[in-house]
Design a protein around this ligand. Structure first.
Ligand SMILES: [Zn+2]
Length: 331
């Protein structure tokens, strides 16, 4: 049973690919400090500038934190940590066994800055066959199979290597029937550009998840246009409630109440069967142990809030259970 699901998380990850060096000399030293209560205020505002903050390496911490989601009624965590940011099949299997949660592992490759020499030189077919092998046979002979293709990283502007990887991911989607989950570049034009390429390669929008909707699309007209394609819309940054967004300082990170308003708009528009939720935990400061919201923020705080604002039970069930079940089911 898939049950209550978080559709985009990271239990373990090396997210230093997004490390942002502070420009001021006096701040550079902080980059190397471990996250403590003393520097947590600075880390929260500059979360991409602390190396320690971007490393989720401790399995016991992952078990403790994910267990809170289980205790809050959760069943499944989709871990879309792709190759290049530390995907760890054996550790995900151990975490699944120790927490009682289903952990669905991803396959594929993240943004350009994490691409290996092999990946840059590989052909579309070579990349596709590796993804297909992950889904059908398991990673590197471990027998541990991926249940989703993603997250497939795309920057803005989109790079050639990322374009090649997405094409390979679409080939693998067609071959396996597995869902494809895309991380779009930070620009409102990115989603439709990516989706038109996916369509051109013969991808299936009903088996495609567009991630990070809230930090990518601010305009309701564009949101409606993307929704009309039929893809899943992943509001996957719940709990990220600090409006300053160091990865895109010219825009902002919406607050939870803005996410809820977007979701209510989509539901009123008849789009409830396309919505997925998650936190995209990828740094220490979002874990409870480090003063964050943890993996149970959605079931413990967001779902009650959506109910209190009048969301119908069937829509809550659709978003939390039915949509992820349909999205994750393939032969
Ligand atoms: Zn992610």
């Amino acid at each position: 049973m898939v049950g209550l699901t978080l559709a985009h998380e990271h239990l373990l990850i090396d997210f230093t690919a997004v490390l942002t060096k502070p420009s001021e000399a006096s701040q550079r030293g902080r980059m190397h400090e471990p996250v403590t209560l003393e520097n947590l205020g600075w880390v929260r505002h500059n979360w991409t500038s602390s190396i320690d903050n971007l490393r989720l390496f401790d399995e016991q911490t992952a078990v403790d934190e994910a267990s809170e989601f289980f205790q809050a009624g959760g069943s499944t965590i989709v871990d879309v940590t792709s190759v290049g940011v530390g995907r760890d099949p054996q550790a995900l299997l151990r975490i699944s066994r120790r927490t009682g949660l289903n952990v669905v592992m991803g396959s594929g490759f993240y943004i350009d800055s994490t691409h290996s020499d092999w990946l840059r030189a590989a052909s579309v077919d070579e990349i596709a066959s590796q993804i297909i092998n992950d889904v059908d046979e398991g990673v590197d002979g471990t027998g541990i199979r991926a249940g989703i293709i993603g997250e497939i990283g795309c920057s803005w502007p989109w790079t050639d290597s990322e374009r090649k990887v997405l094409e390979a991911a679409v080939v693998a989607q067609r071959e396996t029937g597995a869902p494809l989950l895309i991380h779009p570049g930070r620009d409102e034009k990115a989603p439709l550009e990516l989706l038109s390429a996916v369509d051109g390669w013969g991808g299936d929008f009903r088996r495609t998840v567009l991630s990070h909707i809230e930090r990518t699309i601010y305009d309701r007209g564009i949101l409606d246009e993307v929704a009309a394609t039929g893809v899943y819309l992943n509001f996957d940054l719940f709990g990220h409630d600090e409006s300053h967004y160091p990865l895109a300082p010219d825009t902002y990170m919406p607050a939870d109440h803005e996410r809820i308003e977007q979701i209510e708009h989509l539901i009123a528009d008849g789009r409830s069967s396309q919505i997925l939720l998650a936190h995209d935990v990828c740094s220490k400061h979002r874990l409870k142990r480090y003063g964050g919201h943890g993996y149970d923020h959605i079931p413990s705080r967001i779902v009650p809030r959506m109910r209190a604002r009048g969301m119908h039970e069937e829509d809550v069930r659709m978003v939390m259970v039915d949509n992820p079940t349909r999205m994750l089911t393939f032969n």
